[in-house]
Each structure stands twice: as structure tokens, then as C-alpha cells.
Design a binder for this molecule. Structure first.
Ligand SMILES: Nc1ncnc2c1ncn2[C@@H]1O[C@H](COP(=O)(O)OP(=O)(O)OP(=O)(O)O)[C@@H](O)[C@H]1O
Ligand SMILES: Cc1cn([C@H]2C[C@H](O)[C@@H](COP(=O)(O)O)O2)c(=O)[nH]c1=O
Length: 214
């Protein structure tokens, strides 16, 4: 039985998730809140290896279903090795992407179908779903522009998909917001970084307070 809180962060490329989560994690540490910061795909060595394979620009021939299965395999290992142990110790788990990325990217944008992608993932995650998911709301155009402008990281196989693909990802997320209104909270990711961080911190604090009172 999980005792901690599983908080995931979602959104299009360049939405600001990684930057904001790092700030949130620092604040948690300052406040003495025990937690971990991790990411998908990755977070532990096997899943980081799988990440390298999925994102390699060389593998243009990768089949969509193979891609979905690889994300699910990386997710499974990360869940059992890193996420569940932390939750069982009562920690707050901040995770950069989780199941909703598979639903939006592979299920909707790749066209595999959200239900089928959920079925594959049920095998990987069982009953474990995030307690709360924060959606960084920004158009793919604006997010991709940020990445191009910063030049801070290499563009991977997914980044290099067409703009149309990224627009479908965004549409997929919008559908998920409708489907899971109690779990997914949208935040305006176009605001200045300090404001986005403050808004995300408010959402997380209110979740932690509601947990204390339950
Ligand atoms: N609110 C903001 N306003 C302007 N620039 C921002 C903001 N948030 C982040 N950035 C910048 O946008 C770029 C992408 O941010 P970041 O890597 O945090 O996004 P991400 O959501 O993790 O992207 P991805 O999922 O594609 O890795 C970085 O250069 C970051 O400094
Ligand atoms: C978990 C997950 C991720 N993706 C995609 C989304 C991004 O393009 C990359 C991850 O890169 P980031 O810089 O760490 O955000 O992978 C996906 O398509 N499906 C998934 O399940």
C-alpha cells in the first residue's frame, strides 16, 4: 500500500517541466519534505538505456508499437526499482512524465489508440496511477521555439517529429484533461518562469495539506 504521494508533470516539448520541477524539488528540500525527483523514460540505469534506444535519431525505422512497448518497459523497471520503494517509504515522488505521455504521444499522436496504449501499460503499472498530474499548458509551437532558442539540448527522435505530430500530442493532452478532471490540473506554462514555479508550488502545497488532513 502506497503511503507517499505520486506527482507527475506533463506537457509538450519545451513546456518548462524540467526547469520548474528542479525548483520545486529545491523548495521541498528547504521545507524538510522528503521526496525524490525522477523522470521518464529513465530515472534508473536500465530505463536510461531504453531511453537512449527510443530517442536515437538513427532509429527512424522504429515501429510505433515497438516504441510504445519500450516506453512501457522503461516505466515498469523505473516503477518497481525507484517509484514504488519511495512511495512505500512515505516520500513525495516528483516524476517528469508518466503514463499520460504514452497516451498523448503513442496513443493519440502516433494513432495507436489511447485504450490500447492503456492496456499495454496496465501490464506495466498495475493499479499505480499518479495522485496528481500537473499539465504545463503551452502550444507546441511555443514550446519547440524555446528548445530551438536555448540550444541547451540535442534534439531527439521525438523532438524531430513533424509540427503536425506535436499538435496531435497537444490535442491528446486536451482530451486527457477532459477524461481525468480530478487528477490532471492545468497550469499556464507561458507565464514567466517565476510565476509558473509559484503556481505549481501552490498546487503541490495544497495537495500536501489535503493529504495531511485526510
Ligand atoms: N516559463 C518560461 N519562460 C521562458 N522560458 C522558459 C520557461 N520555462 C522554461 N523555459 C526555458 O525553455 C526551455 C525548455 O525548458 P525545459 O527543458 O524545462 O522544458 P521541458 O518541459 O522539460 O521540455 P522537454 O519535455 O522537451 O524536455 C529551457 O531553455 C528553459 O530555460
Ligand atoms: C514517458 C514518455 C515520453 N515520451 C516522449 C516525450 C518526449 O519527446 C520524450 C522525453 O523527453 P524529455 O526531454 O525527457 O521530455 O519522450 C513518449 O513519447 N512517451 C512516453 O511514454
Amino acid at each position: 500500500m502506497s503511503k507517499g504521494k505520486f506527482i507527475t508533470f506533463e506537457g509538450p516539448e519545451g513546456a518548462g517541466k524540467t526547469t520548474v520541477i528542479a525548483e520545486i524539488y529545491k523548495r521541498m528540500q528547504k521545507e524538510g519534505i522528503e521526496g525524490i525527483l525522477t523522470r521518464e523514460p529513465g530515472g534508473i540505469r536500465i530505463s536510461e538505456k531504453i531511453r537512449e534506444v527510443i530517442h536515437d535519431n538513427e532509429y527512424k525505422e522504429m515501429d510505433g508499437m515497438t516504441e510504445a512497448l519500450l516506453y512501457a518497459a522503461a516505466r515498469r523497471q523505473h516503477l518497481v526499482e525507484r517509484v514504488l520503494p519511495a512511495l512505500n517509504e512515505g516520500k513525495i515522488v516528483l516524476c517528469d512524465r508518466f503514463i499520460d505521455s504514452s497516451l498523448a504521444y503513442q496513443g493519440y499522436a502516433r494513432g495507436l489508440g489511447m485504450e490500447d496504449v492503456m492496456t499495454i501499460n496496465s501490464f506495466a503499472i498495475g493499479e499505480t496511477m499518479p495522485d496528481v498530474t500537473i499539465f504545463f499548458n503551452i502550444t507546441p509551437e511555443e514550446g519547440l521555439q524555446r528548445i530551438a532558442k536555448s540550444g541547451a539540448r540535442e534534439q531527439n527522435r521525438l523532438d524531430n517529429e513533424t509540427l503536425q505530430f506535436h499538435q496531435k500530442v497537444y490535442e491528446g493532452y486536451k482530451l486527457l484533461l477532459e477524461q481525468y478532471p480530478n487528477r490532471i490540473i492545468s497550469t499556464d506554462a507561458t507565464l514567466p518562469l517565476s510565476e509558473v514555479t509559484e503556481n505549481v508550488w501552490k498546487i503541490i502545497s495544497s495537495q500536501l495539506i489535503s493529504q495531511e488532513n485526510s
